[in-house]
Design a protein around this ligand. Structure first.
Ligand SMILES: Cc1cc2nc3c(=O)[nH]c(=O)nc-3n(C[C@H](O)[C@H](O)[C@H](O)COP(=O)(O)O)c2cc1C
Length: 229
């Protein structure tokens, strides 16, 4: 059968499959992308309800489809739904924070660290967490070069964004945390069996909430955008 140039059977089928998928998605979640973007908030306390494994798989599928530099997909995800393991990770993070607070040289620093304790550890009460791993971008010669525009880390951030937006679309609350990594990276990696070259960059806490949260303030477009012309 004749097809327009470059459009073979599989692509036409893929096209019609795609639109059918889009309709199903809309029916299932009732939330389009912009609704999810607007609705998403960082939520730090969850109801005592499990997160369905099939929904976690959908979130991970969204993460898997994220763009990445050279399509390198430099990410891995560890899903933890074992209550005891999540709580032990929380205890470990507290212990590392305690040690740091103990070693801090000024009272001011100690108090500042204590204020951040909750933001570093609240994942301990989530029914599910996704630990996000990255691997170093290979073609940089120095850490300084990497720090300027690390394509690997940017790619992993794109995947994490997909994951939390998918969570919102599926009716879950989430919070993206780097605090536990800052507090206890090596210890948490050891608990989860993370092996080089992979390293932990974030934890996403997931769960249900029954509360409405006001959006956090954002800078207006005029302040953050330049147009030419
Ligand atoms: C890279 C990154 C790291 C973050 N780390 C933490 C964290 O360690 N603990 C926490 O409670 N929230 C953390 N957040 C959530 C931010 O505090 C939150 O996104 C911000 O305050 C805006 O609020 P909103 O997400 O509700 O719009 C992090 C967010 C990002 C993107």
């Amino acid at each position: 059968m004749l097809r327009p140039y470059g459009l073979d059977d599989s692509r036409v089928n893929a096209k019609s499959r795609l639109s059918a998928d889009a309709v199903t998605r809309k029916k299932n979640s009732g939330m389009d992308l912009f609704e999810a973007i607007k609705k998403r908030r960082s939520i730090r306390t969850f109801l005592d309800e499990p997160v369905a494994r099939e929904d976690i798989l959908k979130m991970l599928e969204a993460a898997r489809l994220a763009p990445s530099a050279t399509n390198d997909q430099p990410w891995r995800f560890i899903v933890v739904q074992d209550r005891e393991l999540i709580q032990s990770m929380g205890r470990m993070t507290h212990a590392m924070l305690d040690a740091r607070i103990e070693a801090a040289t000024s009272q001011e620093r100690k108090e500042a660290m204590e204020r951040f304790r909750f933001t570093n550890t609240h994942f301990e009460r989530a029914p599910a967490i996704v630990v996000v791993l990255a691997r170093p971008w290979p073609s940089y010669r120095t850490d300084y070069e990497r720090s300027l525009h690390d394509p690997g880390l940017q790619s992993v951030a794109a995947a994490t964004t997909h994951l939390i937006l998918a969570a919102t679309a599926l009716g879950y609350a989430s919070c993206w945390l780097t605090g536990p990594v800052e507090a206890a990276k090596d210890e948490l990696e050891a608990m989860l069996g993370v092996e080089s070259p992979w390293y932990m960059v974030a934890v996403v806490a997931l769960g249900k909430t029954d509360r409405q949260y006001e959006p956090r303030p954002r800078r207006p477009l005029e302040e953050i955008v330049t147009f030419y012309p």
